[in-house]
Design a protein around this ligand. Structure first.
Ligand SMILES: Cc1ncc(COP(=O)(O)O)c(C=O)c1O
Length: 395
């Protein structure tokens, strides 16, 4: 039976979508209406970092529903859920990132961050990185790199330039007319591209020299995914604006930008309501954010991730056909000899109860990004299926 809207394929990523009919999800598993069980080895594309239905998050959401849902647009009333979420987030960030602003999605948070950079610097040039992905609205699409996804929507916003991710030479393109440089700390859609420590330091330095703001997009690589709560911690630098989303909401739709109070306060005037949205800071979403951060605080989730991730990577590197594995924490891209190999692996895994996936801008790799809460036994179960899928690429 075709589903209204979805049968048009409006939001599917390939011409051959899996179309699982979901009944419920718990822990690392998604259960479908036909009685099957699938291991979510991609965390719903970097959202379910704490697995599905974490009891602490569920309880916090139930409690908030009992209290209230939307009462007013963001910022007019004081709402405890918003305050709790903001306190929980700023308490785990460096002092300079002491003011957060919740919005509805990652792409909206990028929009707001770009606007804030223009407002702070009085400049217009936006520099982003080759290979980067930042969302699908006009502004964030303008600073994303994949031309195939952009060309039908031109003209996009003006005064955007791209530098090579990890290119020392290109840093000279950042000048005193640059409002900001936007980079994913670790690129996701480009196929888990990990920049050098030296480049990150040089990028921070060049931004300081020129007065350009450094915006780090950790919408996908944040929230423990790469083995530290935030990926920038591994580089010993602090961005001027940090952008979060995806896993931050514990499964609820959220985006967030974090900056200094001084800079963020520029949204209050000239013009007032510099970035406003009816549902921004929604109390249920903020309850999800606060609960998610409480789980990270109370459970030893992040510390073991890098070591366990390395074990997975070294297993995958030993498999026939695997050309390269890029890994940081539980963030993996596995390069195969061809797109056909990727399709075969992803489809075989799905047919055998393990969800892996594509990268839109890196078609010769497949992605895995398991929930951080997954057990070693569950990892081994999934790896056995992936191993068999890859072995069968020959037949
Ligand atoms: C690095 C990065 N930035 C921005 C976005 C856009 O976030 P959203 O899909 O919530 O708008 C994504 C989504 O995949 C992302 O991975």
């Amino acid at each position: 039976m075709p589903t209204p809207l979805l049968d048009l394929g409006l939001a599917q990523t390939t011409p051959h979508p899996f179309g699982l009919e979901v009944e419920r999800a718990e822990g690392v598993y998604i259960y479908t209406t036909d009685g099957k069980r699938y291991m979510d080895f991609i965390s719903g594309i970097g959202v379910n970092n704490l697995g599905h239905g974490h009891p602490h998050i569920k309880q916090a959401l139930h409690d908030q529903i009992e209290k209230h849902l939307h009462v007013m647009v963001y910022g007019e009333y004081l709402q405890a859920a918003q305050t709790r979420a903001a306190q929980a987030l700023t308490s785990v960030l460096p002092d300079a990132l002491n003011c957060c602003y919740f919005v509805n999605s990652g792409t909206e948070a990028i929009e707001a961050a770009l606007k804030l950079a223009k407002r702070v610097t009085g400049r217009t040039q936006l520099i982003a990185c080759k290979g980067g992905y930042h969302g699908n609205t006009h502004g964030s699409m303008s600073v994303s790199y994949n031309e195939k996804k952009k060309s039908a929507f031109r003209p996009l916003i003006p005064d955007v330039a791209f530098i090579g991710f990890n290119s020392m030479d290109d840093l000279s393109d950042i000048t005193p007319t640059t409002a900001c440089v936007l980079a994913e700390t670790i690129q996701g859609d480009a196929g888990v591209r990990i920049p050098d420590l030296a480049w990150m330091h040089a990028l921070r330095k060049r931004c300081d020299e020129t007065g350009a703001l450094l915006i780090l997009d950790e919408i996908q690589c944040g929230m423990g995914r790469t083995g530290t709560l935030f990926a920038f911690e591994q580089y010993g630098i602090v961005p001027d604006i940090l952008v979060l989303g995806k896993a931050l909401g514990g499964g609820l739709p959220v985006g967030c930008l974090v900056a200094s109070r001084e800079r963020m306060s520029l949204f209050t005037h000239n013009p007032m309501l510099g970035h406003i949205s009816t549902f921004a800071g929604h109390p249920l979403v903020c309850a999800g954010v606060a609960a998610c951060l409480e789980v990270f605080n109370n459970e030893n989730i992040v510390a073991p991730i890098e070591k366990r991730g390395q074990r997975i990577a070294s297993f995958l590197r030993g498999l026939l056909h695997v050309k390269e594995v890029r890994q940081r924490g539980y963030y993996f891209a596995i390069d195969m000899p061809s797109e056909d190999h990727v399709r075969h692996v992803v489809e075989y895994c799905m047919a055998n109860g393990v969800i892996t996936f594509w990268f839109l801008s890196c078609p010769w790799s497949f992605r895995i990004a398991p929930p951080l809460t997954i057990s070693d036994a569950e990892i081994d179960e999934a790896l056995a299926v992936i191993e068999e899928a890859i072995r069968r690429c020959d037949s």
